[in-house]
Structures are given as C-alpha cells and as structure tokens.
Design a protein around this ligand. Structure first.
Ligand SMILES: [Zn+2]
Length: 511
C-alpha cells in the first residue's frame, strides 16, 4: 500500500527543488523566475514574496496555463513548508511545464533566512474558478443521477468536495466532506485508509475533481471517481444542495466575535451566511447598512441602484470613492464590499425599481428588504411588494439632523400604507428637490437599519415592528412612537382593495 509518506518521498525524488537562499540570490541579481505561492488564501494574509502570484494549490491546473502560457518558462512554487509545493510541481508537470522548481522549506524557511516579503491585497476570488477552464484529465466519472442512486443504496460512497472554502460556503451535497484540493493528499488518509473505499470527488464543474481523482489513484484509492459536471450539473439536475452545518476555519476566525455571543453563535452565523438581504439603493442609508451587513457575513446582498457615483455623494455615501466618480454605484458598492468580505455574494441590479420589474426582483427569495429610498414612488412600490411577497421591510429616512427607523412586518405590524394609504396629491407633496442632510446622519440611521435587519434574520430581541424610532441629532434625543396597524388598510387590511402596483410617476418628474 502506498502511504502519503511513500508517495511524497517518491515525488520529492522526481521534482527539482531550489533553496530559499539560492532564490533570494537570484532575485537580488535581477534573475527572478516566475514565483507562485500555492498556499490557501487564509495563509497568505501574513505576507508573501514580492512579485509572487497567489494561486492556491487547488486552482493551479486551472490558473497556471492562463498565467504562464509558455510551458518552458521557469516557475518556482512555494507553500508553507515545502510539501504542497512539491506535490503541486509534480502535478503541474503533467500540464507540460518543463522547468518547475519547488522551494525547499517553503515560506517558513524564507522568513528564517530573512528573505523579503510584503503584505499584498488578496486577489478577488473568482465566482466559479472552473468557468471557461479546459477539461481535466480523463478519469472515471459518475453522472448526477447515478450518484443519486448510489447514495440511496445501502453502500453509499464517501463524498469529497475539493473546492475552496469560499465555494463550499454556498452549499454542497448532503454529507459531503470538505477537503480542499490543496490538502487532499495530506488529509485523505484521515478520511479513510481503505484503498478500496468508493470515493466520489466533487468540484464546481468536474475539472478539479478530475485532477484530484488522478491524485487519489496515485495514492492507491482505486475506486475514486469524479462527479460528471460537478456540483453545477447536480444542481441543474434538480438535486438538492445543503449549506454546510459547520463554519470553515477561515469563517470561524472572521466571525469569532459573533461566535462569542450566545444570541448569534455558530448556528446564528450560519443563518446569516445563508441569508439574503436586498438594499434599495447604495446611497446614504444603503452604504453604512451594506458595509456592516457584509462585514457581519450576511451571505447574499442584493443592491438596486441605477445611479453612478457623483462627487456630491461622497459626503455620506461611504461605499464609494473619489476615484470611482462616474462608475455605476452598484459596481462601486460591489468592489468595496467584496474587498471587505470575499465570502459573500453581491447581486447587483443596475436599474430603477418599477412596477414592471419589482415582482421578478422581489421574487428572488429575500429574507429582508432594507428601504432607504428617498422618493414616494419607490416607497409605495417597495411597501406593496413586501406585503405581496411577505418580506419584512426595514425602513429608514433622514432629513437634515433628523432620521427615523421602523420595521414593516407584513401582517404582524402596520405597513407603510396603514400610515399613509395614498401619496399626497402632487402639488401637496414635499419637494422632491434634493434635501440637505448632515453627512453622518444616514450613518446612524443606516446602522440602526442594519441592526434591525440582523435581529429579524436571527429572530432575536424585539424588533421595531409597530414602533418608530425618531432621532434628533441636534438635541441628541431618541423618541419612540407607537404605530398601529389599520384594519382598513388597502394593502394589508382585512378587506384589501389593492389591485396592483402603481408607478406614481407624476412625482418628481420621474417616468
Ligand atoms: Zn397596511
């Protein structure tokens, strides 16, 4: 039986190593080869070699041909201690690379000899690393339907999900074990030592699974097969996905301060990661709420906004930046939020909400809507759609030094039309001219909205359904008002008369 140790010794005899000292000399002499850091993303936060490309081991076969098209280029791979880079160099040889070197002792050795390194920002994690990837090597595969049958048999196989943590957070097959590709060879023996065990390897589209299957065969796991088309094909066949019931080590570190609060804890954090919140606008209120909801790990944030970043926004819309003036706000918001937390998904809607698109957008399974819209037409549209789709709406508004927040929970408290059944006639409506506001005020109100959203998602505490909190910054006073549900409400009352969405287009010159 080939153990991992045997295999590693064999591989180390087959590949070429470079010492940390020699690499440092060559870099100093201006003769640097291409350098690739194959550690996991959570390992490279402490710094990496200058000019090193960060390509986790698990993505190497996908990324290396894109990054280094010349198969005769000299490429140095390194990891933490020299084991994974040796395996990676061995694997990359199969892609036709002729001058691969593994740095002996890895980054640990490099630091020991005083080699220079820097903190670099993490590159964005691709939505699906296997999108547009060439097919993997030919290995035995199993179709999703065959796998389903096998899982229902009395001898179900072991499922190994070799995707990166960023991907498995979004869900995998029930009972699949997450063993990232970069650690598969080292970990497989702790999953099973039985070389006859039936193993089914999963990746997003089956490409990395094929490479991983080759590796398992080399270690003697002769019954390893890859899931054809990966998790994507499984989902396309209408088969179920479950979100993992444990946080990855990386997530555990990121959300450690949440895990210490009994009201959140691991179960609550997983709930947040599985939640979807839709923000009306990436403006004054949407900016601070989105910022903290992203930091808190709300798994999917939708943002609807049709504007571009304008310099006059920057006094309060802190998601954006001066060098992004002219960029669509949803794209600017995405860049900021993914930079803060690459684990979450941002769904951008670069459009204005109308009666035409509201059902399609609100029908995407949102758990909470955050309404920081500043005009009547949208406010009524959001309200009516929230009642129709039964989605709680955390409502906020600001004016000069004052702001207010409440939660409209369909059928559990009042809705916006319980308070204001119809918009005022256009000539009586407050001016739609842009109102002045103290820049920090939406920060306070937007964060109160974020707190309410998180409470609603977790089901903890007393939310603001039926109550409105009014804040006066000049007096530094919070007041609370009771809001009552109107049994005669045209939308949420006992005898609703609502017949469909209305675009109040005569307001504000919209439409
Ligand atoms: Zn109502």
């Amino acid at each position: 039986m080939t153990t991992f140790r045997d295999r590693l010794n064999q591989i180390q005899a087959e590949i070429t190593e470079i010492t940390a000292e020699h690499l440092e000399e060559r870099i100093a002499a201006g003769d640097a080869p291409i350098i690739i850091d194959v550690r996991q993303r959570d390992e490279i936060a402490d710094g990496r070699l200058d000019h090193a490309h960060a390509v986790p081991f698990g993505l190497l076969e996908l990324e290396l041909p894109r990054l280094v098209p010349d198969r005769d280029a000299e490429v140095v791979l390194y990891c933490a201690g020299g084991t994974r880079s040796a395996l990676a160099a061995h694997n990359a040889q199969k892609l036709g690379y002729t001058r691969l070197l593994s740095m002996a002792g890895g980054f640990g050795k490099w630091k020991q000899i005083g080699g220079p390194f820097k903190m670099h920002p993490l590159p964005d994690f691709p939505e699906d690393p296997e999108a547009d990837a060439p097919p993997g090597p030919g290995v035995p595969t199993l179709s999703p339907l065959d796998l389903q049958a096998l899982l229902a048999s009395d001898q179900p196989p072991i499922l190994l999900d070799v995707r990166e943590d960023e991907e498995t957070l979004r869900g995998s097959l029930k009972d699949a074990q997450n063993v990232v590709r970069g650690r598969l060879a080292m970990r497989i023996e702790s999953v099973t030592e039985d070389r006859d065990a039936r193993l089914v390897v999963l990746s997003s589209r089956g490409v990395r699974a094929a490479w991983a299957t080759v590796e398992l065969h080399a270690l003697g796991y002769r019954n390893a097969v890859a899931l054809q088309g990966g998790v994507q094909a499984w989902q396309e066949a209408g088969l179920p996905i479950v979100r993992s019931n444990a946080l990855s080590p990386q997530a555990r570190m990121r959300y450690s301060r949440h895990l210490l609060i009994p009201e959140v804890g691991e179960a609550g954090q997983l709930k947040l990661l599985g939640s979807k919140v839709l923000l009306m606008g990436a403006g004054g209120l949407g900016s601070p709420s989105a910022y903290y909801l992203a930091a808190a790990g709300v798994g999917t944030l939708g943002i609807i906004d049709s504007d571009v970043v304008d310099r006059s926004n920057l006094q309060r819309q802190i998601l954006h930046a001066d060098n992004r003036v002219g960029m669509p706000k949803v794209e600017s918001a995405r860049a900021t939020l993914q930079g803060l937390n690459p684990d979450i998904q941002i769904k951008a809607f670069n459009t204005r909400l109308t009666s035409e698109n509201v059902d399609a957008i609100f029908g995407e399974g949102w758990d909470v809507i955050l309404d920081g819209g500043d005009n009547f037409p949208t406010r009524y549209l959001v309200n009516d759609a929230c009642v129709k789709h039964n989605i709680p709406c955390v409502h906020g508004s600001v004016y000069r030094f004052e702001g207010q927040v409440t939660v409209f929970k369909p059928h559990q408290g009042p809705c916006y039309r319980c308070l204001y059944p119809e918009p005022p006639p256009p000539d009586m409506a407050p001016s739609c001219a842009e109102a002045g506001v103290l820049g920090v005020l939406p920060g306070i109100i937007g964060l109160l909205q974020a707190v309410e959203a998180i409470k609603v998602l977790l089901g903890v505490g007393n939310d603001l359904a039926g109550r409105l909190v009014h804040f006066d910054a000049l007096q530094m006073k919070f007041r609370e008002l009771r809001l009552r549900r109107d049994p005669e409400c045209p939308v949420c009352g006992e005898h609703p008369t609502w017949t469909g969405y209305i675009d109040y287009e005569h307001f504000c010159g919209l439409g």
